[in-house]
Design a protein around this ligand. Structure first.
Ligand code: NAD
Length: 440
C-alpha cells in the first residue's frame, strides 16, 4: 500500500519505518526541513534503539521516503496518518493546532479516496471534527479513522512491530479494511486488531495512560508510607503484584512520572472530564500525587543537609525521563534540577544520551560531565534519577573515594543499600524503609 505519514517525531518516524518494514511504500512528511534533510541521509534526529537501522534499511530498499511537501506524500496514498504533536496548553487542554493544520493540508493534497488516520493522541471527538476541515479543501472522497499509538519510547520499534493490540476506531468499512491491510504484517501470530467507534478508540488511549500513571502514583504513595512505617516497597510490590488481578508490571516507585505523554495526557483527560461535567477524581489525585513525588528527592536531599543546600555540589545521574531515550520532555530530572538550584545547590549531571537535549534546554544552568564518575567527583551528594543500565551497579568504593561526602540518593531503587553502606556511603531509596539516609 502507499502510505503517507505527517510528522516525523517518535510516533511518525517509528510508524513510517515500521510500515515500510512491513512492505508498504511510505512517505513521511515534516515541516522541519533540516530534520527531513537529515532523514533523507538516514540520520535519525533523536535517540531510539534500533530506529536508525530500520530507517536506513528501508531507505536503501526504496520503501521509505522523506519530504517537506504534504502534496507529494499524500497524493496517491491510500492512507494518510496524522502523527504530529498535541502538546498541553496552559489550561491542560490539548493544543490541536498542528492536527488541524495537518487535516487541512491532507485535504488539499488528496487525489482520490484516502483513509485519514489520527495516530496522534487527541481528545474524544477530534477525529469527527476533522471531517469538515478535510472536506473544505477537497472534492475527493475520504474516510476517517482513529488508530492511537501505544509505543513506549526506549522500546518503540519492538512495540510497533509486536504490538499488544492495534486499536482502530472507525465506522466506514473501507477504513477498517484499509487498516487491516496496513497491519497485516504484525497479525501473523493472531488478530490483535480491536475495532471500535472513533470515540471509544480516542478515549481508550487516554484511559490506558491514566491507568499506567495511576499505578505509578499509587506505588509512590505506598513508598512514602513504607518510609514512614519502616516497610520495604520492593517486598510490598512483590506481594501486591502476585495477585493476578493486579499484576507486577509498571508498579515501580520512583521520582514521579514524566515524559511527553503521561503528564500531558492526564491533564487533557482531566480537562475533558471538566468540560463534560464528569468528575475524574482519580485522575486529579494521580496528578496531584505526582507533583508531590517530583519534589520528594529534593526534599530528602535538603533534609540530609539540615535544609542548607546553598553551595552544595550535587551529582545527578540521568536526565532523560526514562532509560534508552534522549527525550527530556517533562522529565523528573528537570523538576529536581529547578528545585535544587532554587535552594542554591550546584549541579553536575551525566546522561548517556540526553545531554545534547539538556544542553539545548538548560544552557549553562547545570554543568554536564563527560562520564558518570566525573559528575560525582567532589560532590556532596549523588542522586540517581534515570536508571540507565550503565548506572545501575556503581563502584561504591570509587564514589566513596572521590565524592566529598558520599551521600547516595537512589531515586529508582536499583542500587544495593548493603553494598553502598559496606563501602562507607550513606544510602536513601524511595520506600526502602527509612526517610533519612543512614550512614553505614
Ligand atoms: P514529536 O513532537 O516528537 O514530533 C512531532 C513532529 O511533527 C515534529 O517533527 C514536528 O516538526 C512535526 N509537525 C508539527 N506540525 C506539523 C505539520 N503541520 N506538518 C508536518 N509536520 C508537522 O511528537 P511525538 O512524540 O511523536 O508525538 C506525536 C503524537 O503521538 C502526540 O499526540 C503524542 O501524544 C502521541 N504519542 C506519542 C508517544 C511517544 O512515546 N512519544 C506515544 C504514543 C502517542
Amino acid at each position: 500500500m502507499q502510505i503517507a505519514i505527517v510528522g516525523t517525531g517518535y510516533v511518525g518516524l517509528v510508524s513510517g519505518a515500521g510500515f515500510a518494514e512491513l512492505g508498504h511504500d511510505v512517505t513521511c512528511v515534516d515541516l522541519d526541513a533540516a530534520r527531513i534533510q537529515g532523514l533523507c541521509r538516514g540520520e535519525v534526529p533523536f535517540y531510539e534503539p534500533q530506529l536508525a537501522a530500520l530507517v536506513q534499511k528501508n531507505l536503501r530498499a526504496g520503501r521509505l521516503q522523506f519530504t517537506t511537501s504534504a502534496a507529494d506524500a499524500v497524493g496517491g496514498a491510500q492512507i494518510a496518518c496524522i502523527a504530529v504533536g498535541t502538546p498541553a496548553r496552559t489550561d491542560g487542554t490539548a493544543d490541536l493546532t498542528a492536527v488541524h493544520a495537518t487535516a487541512r493540508a491532507i485535504g488539499r493534497a488528496l487525489t482520490g479516496f484516502t483513509v485519514v488516520v489520527t495516530k496522534s493522541t487527541v481528545p474524544v471527538g477530534t477525529a469527527e471534527a476533522l471531517a469538515p476541515l478535510v472536506a473544505a479543501h477537497t472534492t475527493h472522497p475520504f474516510a476517517l479513522a482513529s488508530n492511537p499509538e501505544f509505543l513506549k519510547e526506549g522500546d518503540a520499534v519492538h512495540d510497533f512491530l509486536e504490538p499488544a493490540r492495534v486499536l482502530v476506531g472507525a465506522d466506514d468499512p473501507r477504513a477498517i479494511a484499509a487498516l487491516r491491510e496496513l497491519y497485516r504484517g504484525v497479525m501473523l501470530t493472531g488478530d490483535r486488531m480491536q475495532v471500535m467507534s472513533l470515540r471509544s478508540a480516542e478515549l481508550a488511549k487516554y484511559a490506558a495512560n491514566a491507568m499506567l500513571a495511576t499505578r505509578i502514583s499509587f506505588m509512590n504513595e505506598m513508598a512514602r508510607l513504607c518510609d514512614a512505617v519502616g516497610a520495604d516497597i520492593d517486598a510490598v510490590r512483590a506481594g501486591l503484584g502476585a495477585d493476578p488481578r493486579i499484576g507486577s508490571q509498571g508498579l515501580f516507585a520512583g521520582p514521579g512520572f514524566g515524559g511527553s505523554c503521561l503528564p500531558k495526557d492526564l491533564r487533557a483527560l482531566h480537562a475533558l472530564g471538566e468540560s463534560t461535567g464528569v468528575e475524574l477524581g482519580v485522575v486529579a489525585a494521580t496528578l496531584r500525587a505526582n507533583e508531590a513525588q517530583k519534589r520528594l528527592l529534593g526534599e530528602r536531599i535538603a533534609a540530609h543537609f539540615g535544609g542548607a543546600l546553598a553551595g552544595k555540589r550535587i551529582g545527578l545521574w540521568g536526565l532523560a525521563f526514562k532509560p534508552e531515550t534522549d527525550d527530556i520532555r517533562d522529565a523528573p530530572a528537570l523538576a529536581l534540577i529547578a528545585q535544587l538550584r532554587a535552594a542554591g545547590a550546584v549541579i553536575t549531571a551525566y546522561d548517556p544520551a540526553a545531554m545534547p537535549s539538556a544542553r539545548a534546554l538548560l544552557g549553562d544552568a547545570v554543568a554536564l560531565a563527560p562520564d558518570a564518575y566525573a559528575a560525582a567527583e567532589g560532590a556532596d551528594a549523588l542522586v540517581l534519577v534515570t536508571e540507565w543500565r550503565e548506572l545501575r551497579r556503581p563502584d561504591y568504593a570509587r564514589l566513596r573515594a572521590t565524592m566529598r561526602t558520599p551521600a547516595l540518593f537512589d531515586g529508582r531503587n536499583v542500587w544495593s543499600p548493603d553494598d553502598a553502606r559496606a563501602a562507607g556511603c550513606s544510602y536513601a531509596g524511595v520506600g526502602r524503609g527509612g526517610q533519612a539516609a543512614h550512614t553505614g
